[in-house]
Design a protein around this ligand. Structure first.
Ligand code: ADP
Ligand code: ASP
Ligand code: MG
Length: 426
């Protein structure tokens, strides 16, 4: 008998029918003799719709109120799931973030968990209930509701798993595990049986939305084993855990892509000491998260500086640069929204030379122009034109021998749901 946390994402609970399917699966786990705790996301596109509603009344909604609003999405699904479980003759009890003992700091919209007190969950389990926890939310020291950032229900699940000392944290979604690339744009992607925390962290950080990066960070820190698997089938998924010997063999574990960033270029920047510091301090001061930074060689004392940042930060980046550019006597600012980042990830890259050369050659052979490059010991990222992102992922996937013999087939999602997933982060 195991103690298991089962987290179901938005697509998996998008309709009454899917909620009933989740209830059925939870009950089946319990019938197998396991002790089960559920964590749920808001139904379907609820969170996006709530964000849209807020924006319709205030283009810059106060973050405290936004959290209050967004937290309602998960409270709808937790209650409905508890009802659906009861309808199958099993006892269930739902818990908000506060009731589940998830205490965070007060950084609204992207709060960090500071403590987890799972007393009530454990009591409910002991009394024979299936506890159902609302993902994505917590409470700060003042008693105000906070949320954990988009995709944050994954982090709730890992935190609850740690709080109750679960054997495994199962994260159910619309794909049956972590693949060597997003199977929706690279149908030859291969499902991985297991992946190390380090590789998964890098994949998530580079845009693989299948697991939220912070959930993986939490899991690595507290050694929580994650099993990423399908909400619609019983197939074994991918275990995310400490590295084992076999994992060291692959040079490249996977390829991630990210379409949620834009590229900003400041042209005609005087090549003088302290200018970059001034630009990036101003951006940081306005909460713009800069990612890849490139400075060209200067000509006649002037240079261009480019950086990427989340599309969500674009307004603040523009506002900041409109102010700073005249101050530093630069010429102009140009923002390119049609870009995407493609990253090769693998702990094996550390000890293998030539990865960059091979990647650049393959991209060149496929007429894909590289707009920016950045590297870490276990990641190589390039920025390309957004229209070429799928081609870039696919040709690199083939070149690095990652292609599977099987072709990914969509089984459950509607065309509208797939389109919404592809536009995530925009
Ligand atoms: P949920 O709503 O259940 O949290 P997400 O949409 O956050 O689910 O995550 C699942 C999606 O992640 C899949 O639909 C898939 O398109 C995408 N994805 C991106 N990269 C990968 C990858 N490497 N392996 C599997 N899925 C991936
Ligand atoms: N509902 C939240 C979101 O859409 C949290 C989650 O689904 O994990 O981001
Ligand atoms: Mg998710």
């Amino acid at each position: 008998m195991a103690l298991i946390v089962c987290k179901f994402g938005g697509t998996s609970v998008a309709s009454p029918e899917r909620l009933r399917n989740v209830a059925k699966r939870l009950v089946a786990r319990k019938q197998e003799g396991h002790r089960v705790v559920a964590v749920v996301s808001a139904m379907g596109k609820t969170t996006d719709e709530l964000v849209g509603l807020a924006a319709a009344v205030n283009p810059n909604p106060p973050t405290r109120e936004l959290d209050r609003l967004l937290s309602t999405g998960e409270q709808v699904s937790m209650s409905l799931l508890a009802m659906a479980i009861e309808a199958r003759g099993y006892q269930a009890m739902s818990f908000t973030g506060r009731q589940a003992g998830i205490v965070t700091d007060n950084t609204h919209n992207k709060a960090k968990i500071v403590s987890v007190d799972s007393k009530r969950i454990l009591e409910a389990l002991d009394a024979g209930y299936i506890p159902v926890v609302a993902g994505f939310q917590g409470i700060d020291a003042n008693g105000d509701i906070t949320t954990l950032g988009r995709g944050g229900s994954d982090t709730t699940a890992v935190a609850v798993a740690w709080g109750i000392d679960a054997d495994v944290c199962e994260i159910y979604s619309d794909v049956d595990g972590v693949y060597s690339a997003d199977p929706r744009i690279c149908p030859r992607a291969a499902k991985l049986d297991e992946i190390s925390y380090d590789d998964m962290l890098e994949m998530a950080g580079a845009g693989s939305g299948v697991l939220q990066m912070r959930a993986v960070e939490f899991a690595r820190k507290f050694n929580v084993v994650i099993h990423s698997r399908s909400a619609f089938s019983d197939a074994e998924g991918t275990y995310v855990k400490e590295a084992c010997d076999m994992m060291e063999e692959a040079v490249i574990t996977g390829i991630a892509h990210d379409t949620s960033e834009v590229k900003v270029t400041i042209r005609g920047v005087p090549d003088a000491t302290g200018v970059a510091a001034k630009v990036f301090s101003a951006l940081a001061g306005n909460s713009v998260n800069t990612d890849m930074i490139i400075q060209n060689i200067s000509e006649d004392g002037f240079t261009d500086i480019s950086f990427t940042c989340p599309a969500a930060d674009m307004g603040r980046a523009k506002e900041t640069l409109d102010r700073v550019v005249p101050e530093i006597d630069a010429r102009e600012v140009d923002i390119d929204e049609n870009v995407a980042k493609v990253s090769l990830v693998g702990t094996g890259m550390r000890s293998t030379p030539g990865v960059a050369a091979r990647a650049f050659t393959v991209l060149g052979e496929n007429d894909i122009n590289i707009l920016a490059i950045s590297t870490s010991p276990i990641r190589l990222s390039v920025v390309v034109d957004a229209a070429q992102v799928a081609d870039a992922v696919r040709c690199l996937h083939t070149a690095f021998d990652l292609d599977s013999d099987e072709v990914f087939e969509e089984t459950q999602l509607s065309a509208e749901e797939i389109a919404a997933k592809m536009n995530k982060g925009r």
